[in-house]
Ligand binder design. Structure first.
Ligand code: MN
Ligand code: MN
Length: 310
């Protein structure tokens, strides 16, 4: 196994940036969790730049010391975590890129290794869901986002973009819609049909207003009841978080979660059967002082901690 050096033996700012200063390797023997980057943003519909997300999140993950006080676990001690590197994307071809994502994810999952993926735009969740479905069957999905991403065609006759992955995933029966929750939805749309369509498809949509009216404990109670013991995939579009806390993203919507609320929501999923996760839409060109990438790195740390406590 190739490594970048013994973890935490050097200063955080020393060496090449891998996620959490984990070893970079594609050797999966004995590996519990792989971090995978997908530097692809060709299906963004507004401002692009998420192709630089994986690199920025790795860069801002260097200061993650080992112990998670909130979840009372040291994920890097409990789990063998590696940085697998990036998928070979094809920026001019979403089909080829999705195929490469699915194949890479399948290779990792077949080794018995769990996967946390750094995007990239939200289109990448579709091939990731395909690979996880192949291994686990229909998935419970907790989807944090400002947007439902359940359009049929964001552009006439084009079925694949970052606005359509969850309609495609439902059509392909990758998601168990009894346990599909969209959390944090808000902002202007072209009309009422966007939300109606998502609900028609079976999503339990919790708009941001509903989440704040219910309060986080009630939200988490419902999420946990719906998910139960199902294999759970968490997909986190960073634009679920308010642009005051996460400005570095392509389609910002005001009036979202604080950083702390987002952390608490993830921690509230602890103990569920988390089989995989992605964090998408971090766009460093709009991210002053790396605000968004720092948050993203810490959110991934929470996801890893969840995997370590289960
Ligand atoms: Mn979004
Ligand atoms: Mn999204």
């Amino acid at each position: 196994m190739t490594t970048t050096g013994s973890p935490f033996s050097a200063q955080p700012y020393q060496g090449i940036a891998t996620f959490g200063r984990r070893p970079q390797t594609r050797e999966l023997s004995g590996v519990d969790v792989a971090i995978l980057g997908v530097p692809y943003d060709s299906s963004t519909s507004y401002r692009s730049g998420a192709r630089f997300g994986p690199r920025a999140i790795r860069e801002q993950s260097l200061l993650l010391w080992g112990y998670n006080n909130a979840q009372q676990v040291a994920p890097f001690e409990v789990l063998n975590v590696v940085d697998y590197g990036d998928v070979d994307v094809v920026p001019v071809d979403i089909t080829a890129t999705h195929r490469a994502i699915e194949q890479t994810a399948a290779t990792i999952l077949q080794a018995g290794t769990r996967l946390i993926t750094l995007g990239g735009d939200h289109s990448i969740s579709l091939p990731l869901l395909r690979a996880h479905h192949e291994r686990h069957g229909p998935l419970a999905v907790v989807h944090f986002d400002a947007h439902p991403d359940t359009w049929d065609e964001e552009y006439p006759s084009f079925k694949y973009s970052h606005g359509t992955p969850f309609r495609r995933a439902i059509e392909e029966q990758l998601i168990d819609t009894q346990a599909y929750l969209q959390i944090g939805i808000r902002g202007p749309t072209g009309g009422p049909q966007d939300y109606a369509d998502a609900r028609q498809l079976g999503a339990r949509m919790m708009t941001f207003d509903e989440v704040t009216d219910l309060g986080l404990p009630a939200v988490l109670t419902e999420v946990r009841q719906r998910v139960g013991g199902r294999p759970l995939y968490v997909t986190l579009d960073i634009d679920a978080v308010d642009p005051a806390f996460a400005p570095g993203t392509g389609t910002p919507e005001v009036g979202g979660f604080t950083s702390h609320q987002m952390l608490r929501l993830l921690r509230g999923l602890s103990g569920l059967n988390l089989v995989g996760a992605d964090l998408v839409e971090v766009a460093p060109p709009y991210d002053p002082q790396q605000i968004t990438a720092i948050l993203a790195a810490n959110l991934v740390f929470e996801l890893l901690s969840m995997m370590a406590t289960k």
